[in-house]
Design a protein around this ligand. Structure first.
Ligand SMILES: Cc1cc2nc3c(=O)[nH]c(=O)nc-3n(C[C@H](O)[C@H](O)[C@H](O)COP(=O)(O)OP(=O)(O)OC[C@H]3O[C@@H](n4cnc5c(N)ncnc54)[C@H](O)[C@@H]3O)c2cc1C
Length: 366
């Protein structure tokens, strides 16, 4: 940090206008849109919003902000739920949603190179004709840059992993404007620090991701979705445990408790289901493989008291089911009109026990 001017933000805005023209804006409505994400934090207005289109622009802008000591908050689609995009120190909200080029798809090696503003929906639309897909599917329409920065997961994580397992490398612009490349296409490369994983989940604090090398997957020959309802949460959870212990390669497995299921039935007009603990499942493989997986899971769920195990291969039924799951957040909001959501990750019982042990220890240090 050097060259601090009496009004650093104004100095950056003037210089950035020369770089970006009207893609650097101080418009109130746009600053408002960038003052928080899909969360409950108190909004903070950035001084300006910059809509960047190239790595060179990101680099120049970060150099400028670094020289003047002005904060920069990267912004993808603003769907994060825990205050990530709130520019608490004002400065520049760096909007990457216009960097939407799909630069390479290598279908034989099953990898691709994209810019950070591409959404998973756009990518999958583009890949479909090539028999490939990208499996990480948070329930929002968000950017893949934002997914990298939040270490996003989705319904298919049980089989394909989260974004962490599906990124091979990154181009990142550091705070002083330097551009670095991490990782690469070689799957077995084991040399050097694993810098890619350092940036995954760094929430925009270590650098701005400007290109992403992704691992892609072949669209399976057969796909089938299933739903099973349970008398208790415990019965549903035990079915999942047995399924995982037996190594059945389910592609998706999601648990909705009775409250969530009631909200989804009402919001997504799901017919024929009860508001009880429910598992949504999906199987991928060959025709025979999918049938075998579904039959094995059906037997397991029956042992645990599950009922109404219904599986469907047609895309319409599957899409309706997973759309209902992806809309679960909006279903909760609709169940309590006028509310905002407070979403966060669930901690395990072990974690809670460890925490309460720690707090007991700190209360009774002797
Ligand atoms: C209905 C709903 C369902 C959701 N379901 C899921 C889910 O199933 N799984 C899940 O993991 N999340 C889920 N989310 C949360 C959210 O969608 C994800 O965290 C998503 O990855 C955020 O992407 P985004 O483009 O909106 O990023 P933003 O919200 O714009 O940004 C998120 C963070 O990433 C940083 N950032 C953004 N782009 C870059 C970049 N190019 N370089 C560096 N830093 C950057 C920002 O500074 C910020 O810290 C859900 C949200 C909603 C509203």
């Amino acid at each position: 940090m050097n060259n601090i001017s009496p009004n650093p933000a104004a100095a950056v805005i003037t210089a950035a206008r020369a770089l970006l023209g009207d893609r650097l804006t101080t418009n109130d409505a746009i600053r408002q849109q960038h003052s928080r994400g899909e969360d409950t934090t108190t909004p903070t207005m950035p001084d300006a919003v910059a809509f960047v289109e190239t790595t060179a622009e990101v680099s120049e802008l970060l150099k400028l902000c670094n020289q003047h000591g002005v904060a920069v908050t990267p912004f993808g689609a603003g769907t994060s739920l825990e205050g990530h995009v709130n520019p608490v120190r004002a400065g520049i909200s760096l909007d990457l949603s216009r960097m939407t080029a799909i630069l390479e798809v290598n279908s034989e090696d099953m990898d691709g190179l994209i810019e950070p503003g591409v959404t998973r929906q756009q990518l999958n639309e583009y890949l479909r004709d090539q028999g490939l897909f990208f499996p990480v599917d948070p329930g929002s329409v968000c950017t893949i840059g934002g997914m990298c920065a939040t270490r996003a997961s989705g319904t298919a994580a049980v089989r394909y992993g989260t974004i962490r397992e599906n990124v091979l490398g990154l181009e990142v612009v550091l705070a002083d404007g330097r551009v670095i490349n991490t990782g690469g296409r070689t799957r077995k490369a084991a040399n050097g620090y694993d810098l890619t994983r350092l940036f995954i989940g760094s929430e925009g604090t270590l650098g701005v991701i400007t290109k992403i090398r992704l691992r892609l997957h072949g669209i399976p020959e057969a796909v089938s979705a299933a739903v099973c309802q349970f008398p208790s949460l415990e019965a549903a959870v035990n079915s999942v445990i047995t399924t995982m212990q037996l190594g059945i390669p389910v592609a998706r497995i999601e648990l909705l408790d009775e409250v969530q299921m009631a909200a989804c039935i009402a919001y997504s007009k799901l017919e024929g289901y009860e508001p009880v603990p429910t598992l949504f499942l999906e199987f991928h493989g060959t025709d025979a493989g999918v049938a075998e997986q579904a039959e094995s899971v059906q037997a397991i769920t029956a042992e645990h008291g599950g009922s109404g195990f219904a599986w469907a291969r047609d895309a319409e039924t599957r899409n309706k089911l997973w759309k209902a799951r992806h809309d679960a957040y909006w279903a909760c909001l609709a169940a309590q009109p006028g509310s905002r959501g407070i979403a966060t990750d669930v901690r395990s019982r072990g974690w809670r026990k460890r925490c309460s042990a720690r707090s007991r220890t700190s209360r009774n240090p002797g």
